[in-house]
Write a protein that binds this ligand. Structure first.
Ligand SMILES: [Zn+2]
Length: 220
């Protein structure tokens, strides 16, 4: 998306990170190297923790971003859990700034599904679908429990011009998407291709996950 915005508008598009509880946009921003977002450490102390245990993780390790505001008045936050998943890179940056860089947010801890003891982020499936020309990045994940085994079904919308009556072609596409998703997630999945515009569209943040396992019954 960045590349297409930059090409169409003839600009450099830079990623800015923030959250309204802390300051809004302005916690971290990319430099022109576009290789991570410098955290404004003179105002915020970033840490990465394991979301399950709270243990602080080291440089390069992926986990939940925790922020402490140093200069904010009236509404200071101490070790605020953002639920955003990223990692920190303290290596010097080619731009000369010395502030630590955080990686692009790769998901939310509350979006994380645990399927057969494997952590699965919907964003991983989205990034696979972005690379498949025939598919829309519209998808739905359905998690079931069959016996004692969790199953993950991925429903994917196929673009109108690729949705043909040729069963064979669709089967080949379905197998290709399944293989790519499985190589990223490391667990077996079911992929179901659906006709264009059949998955529900929601305004704002999409509800991508239907968890039908007993005791969950939640959607994201
Ligand atoms: Zn830099």
């Amino acid at each position: 998306m960045r590349k297409s915005i930059e090409e169409k508008m003839n600009i450099d598009a830079l990623d800015i990170y923030g959250l309204s509880e802390i300051i809004g946009p302005g916690v971290a921003a990319e430099c022109l190297e576009k290789n991570g977002l410098h955290v404004f450490e003179d105002h915020f102390i970033p840490e990465i923790i394991d979301p399950a245990t709270g243990e602080v993780l080291g440089p390069g390790e992926k986990g939940e971003l925790v922020l402490t505001s140093i200069t904010k008045e009236a509404f200071p936050l101490i070790r605020y859990r953002t639920r955003d998943v990223t990692s920190l890179n303290p290596e010097p940056c080619a731009c000369g700034r010395t502030q630590v860089r955080m990686a692009r947010i790769s998901g939310r801890t509350d979006d994380m599904l645990i399927i057969r003891r494997v952590n699965v982020f919907p964003s991983q499936i989205e990034s696979v679908l972005m690379g498949i020309e025939e598919a829309e990045p519209h998808y739905q994940l359905i998690v079931h429990k069959e016996g004692s085994l969790d199953t993950l079904e991925v429903q994917v919308e196929v673009l109108e011009r690729f949705f043909s009556d040729e069963i064979k072609q669709l089967e080949t596409l379905q197998r290709r998407i399944k293989n790519e998703i499985e190589s990223v997630l490391g667990i077996g999945t079911r992929v179901k291709l659906v006709e264009p515009r059949t998955l529900a569209r929601s305004e704002g943040k999409a509800k991508r996950v239907i968890d039908e396992r007993p005791g969950r019954g939640e959607t994201h």
